[in-house]
Design a protein around this ligand. Structure first.
Ligand code: GTP
Ligand code: MG
Ligand code: ZN
Length: 306
């Protein structure tokens, strides 16, 4: 019997079978792990084969993944955790404050998603709660990412603004909702399907950060077609699968420029006649994107030293 993993709590897996019934399953013996150092063998979105022994459903095989998104394990710094697999698109939920989302974080996410050819929509949430200063900053960010070619939406999950537009985008697709804790992923999921009633919680007044309300990723099927995966807030995305020479390929606006660099193996750091650097100097590539790119190269170097 085939099924799709809706939720994993470590030992037990919630699986939707082909006949639409939802069952609890366990892992059968040792299942081959990926080559990557990942802490979880089975992830939400995995298509699995199951066998029933006595009254227990056992997962016997994981089908090849079309794609997956990983994060750095919160417990073990150089291990990765698969957040979800087989997704059609990602929605990165961003807020300017409570909590603040940096471009460094956004760019790491976009890099990961691009490396798996997953389309990302950037959703600026909490439109009802924007200071003038944040509004200005938000306009800048929206311009920056729209300028590169990313789709941007503005929502208030609480006031149900922009939710219809988001639903249109989610129709008939499996969408991963991602972003820091407290940006409103679960509140948005509830807004998109009011029958869900997922737990949400105020961000900490003291730190202006989310309190990690959602503890396990879970997939829900949407009444208008498609699925949404609500995940725990994420601090940092794993990019260990990438080689430093690949990173620029996934900074999509670097591409056209990089093709004309003097050296074909140019890393765009300080090589002569680097067209990417020239484009940064001329303001054609945003300096913040470039600095985030350099930062990512640094962190890849750091990972190799372990
Ligand atoms: N003002 C305002 N508050 C919102 C909005 N969306 C969510 N919130 C609030 O932000 C807080 C955090 O929302 P959650 O939905 O729990 O955030 P989350 O991203 O799921 O957080 P984790 O599960 O910890 O990753 C809650 O108090 C929500 O009511 C919004 O559009 N406007
Ligand atoms: Mg949540
Ligand atoms: Zn270059």
């Amino acid at each position: 019997m085939k099924g799709i993993v809706l939720k994993s709590t470590g030992k037990f897996y919630k699986v939707k079978l082909e006949n639409k019934s939802v069952i609890e399953a366990q892992l059968k013996g040792k299942i081959r792990l990926l080559d990557l150092d990942v802490t979880n063998p089975v992830a939400v979105g995995d298509v699995v084969l199951l066998e029933k022994s006595d009254k227990t459903w056992m997962i016997s095989k994981i089908e090849d993944r079309k794609n997956y998104i990983i994060r750095i394990s919160p417990k073990k710094k150089f291990l990765n955790q698969i957040i979800a697999s087989n997704i059609d698109q990602a929605v990165l939920v961003v807020t300017l404050s409570k909590p603040r989302t940096s471009t460094g974080f956004i760019d790491r996410f976009l890099l990961t998603a691009e490396s798996y050819h997953i389309n990302t929509i950037i959703v600026f949430n909490k439109q009802d709660d924007l200071s003038n200063k944040d509004q200005t900053k938000q306009n800048e960010l929206a311009d920056l990412y729209q300028g590169i070619g990313y789709e941007v939406l503005f929502t208030s999950a609480i006031k149900k603004q922009g939710v219809e537009e988001l639903k249109q985008k989610m129709k008939e697709k499996t969408t991963l909702l991602s972003g820091h804790s407290g940006v409103g992923k679960s509140t948005l999921t509830n807004a998109v399907d009011s029958t869900l009633n997922l737990k949400t919680k105020e961000v900490s007044k003291k730190f202006s950060k989310g309190v990690h309300t959602t503890t396990h990723a879970e997939m829900f099927s949407l009444p208008f077609g498609g699925n949404v995966i609500d995940v725990p807030g994420i601090k940092e995305f794993g990019i260990a699968h990438l080689d430093k020479y690949e990173v620029a390929d996934y900074f999509i606006e670097f591409q056209a420029k990089a093709a004309n660099c003097k050296f074909s193996d140019c890393l765009h750091i300080n090589e002569p006649k680097c067209k990417v650097k020239e484009a940064v100097d001329e303001g054609e590539i945003h300096v913040e994107r470039y600095l985030n790119y350099l930062n990512i190269l640094d962190s890849l170097e750091e990972q190799k030293e372990y």
